[in-house]
Design a protein around this ligand. Structure first.
Ligand SMILES: C[C@](O)(C(=O)O)[C@H](CC(=O)O)C(=O)O
Ligand SMILES: [Mg+2]
Length: 301
């Protein structure tokens, strides 16, 4: 009813078991807590909180302006409503290695299953853009180590993201990934690989679970889940997909309302009132207090 019953420790165990299973974990980005609930209802294995989306919903660019406490608060609202493990985008850790350590604890406290830390400088940018700047490997190693040591639950997954492919090339990205694993990263997110051959090369070279970022309008191909599973990847990430879809629908709806003077033609595309109430679990609340759900909705609404 008001919240889920699984504990953060159970969800972390679940994610780790899934990563060890060899089956692909499909991880759509949750635009908000409600979307996280839908991701679970539709049978996905895990959910994601995208830094780009968390910034965009505040109308901020994805350049590291959001704060760790701000996104931890949002994360807590999401983990409250889903039993799925949730991975968060921790950007660069929000400052020096000590800040990365504190962020790790904030995200643990928010009930998340894990986080990824990237090797860009503090004024970061989307991994699929040109002109990125990386911190030296040694600095990122300190960042990863600080986060790894800060964990109180060893089940909390620490993933290192390397943005090196677009800056220093594939071989350097692989070398960096290996250094981050040695520093304590449990998994790796190789950002912005260009094609299937690169995904394969990374898989051959690195021995921990790997995430494939299937973001749209980026540098790489949108590979199917079957292709990613064959390549031996462990997580398929759809970070901004549902934000893009939802905002596309909002823009089309606003244009239609402005043009037609009524939203009538949009109604068939809307989620119905009864589906909304079903997702929110009105009936379960009525079991607690019958006055909550003592009405009948007319058919079709
Ligand atoms: C995964 C990512 O870090 C995010 O914030 O969702 C972005 C996604 C995007 O901007 O498309 C990224 O840097 O890849
Ligand atoms: Mg991001």
């Amino acid at each position: 009813m008001l919240h889920t019953r699984t504990t953060p420790a159970e969800r972390r165990k679940d994610l780790r078991e899934q990563l060890a299973s060899g089956r692909l974990v499909r991880m759509p980005g949750a635009v908000n807590p409600y979307a996280a609930k839908l991701i679970q209802e539709h049978g996905f294995e895990a959910a994601y909180l995208s830094g780009g989306v968390l910034a965009a919903e505040l109308c901020l660019p994805d350049i590291g302006l959001t704060t760790a406490t701000e996104i931890a608060a949002r994360a807590q609202q999401v983990t409250r409503v889903t039993d799925l493990p949730v991975l968060i985008d921790a950007d660069t850790g929000f400052g020096a290695p000590l800040n990365a350590a504190r962020s790790t604890q904030l995200f643990e406290d928010a009930g998340l299953a894990g986080m990824h830390l990237e090797d860009q400088i503090a004024v970061k940018r989307c991994g699929h853009l040109d002109g990125k700047t990386l911190v030296p490997t040694a600095d990122m190693v300190r960042r990863v180590r600080a986060a790894a040591d800060a964990r109180r639950d060893p089940g909390f997954l620490l993933m290192a993201r390397t943005d090196a492919r677009g800056v220093e090339g594939l071989a350097a990205a692989i070398d960096r990934a290996k250094a981050y694993v040695d520093a304590g990263a449990d998994a790796v997110f190789p950002e912005a690989l260009l094609d299937e051959a690169e995904f394969e090369a990374f898989r051959k070279a690195v021995d921990v679970p790997l995430l494939a970022n299937m973001t749209e309008f980026g540098k790489g191909p949108l590979l199917t889940t079957a292709a990613l599973e064959n390549l031996g990847y462990n997580i398929a990430l759809y970070p901004v997909t549902f934000f893009r879809l939802a905002m596309g629908a909002v823009e089309e709806g606003l244009a239609t309302l402005a043009a037609e003077g009524t939203q009538e033609s949009l109604v068939p595309r809307m989620q119905t009132r009864s589906r909304l109430y079903e997702v929110l679990g009105y009936e379960e609340y009525a079991a607690f207090d019958s006055a909550v759900f003592d009405f009948r909705l007319p058919p079709g609404v």
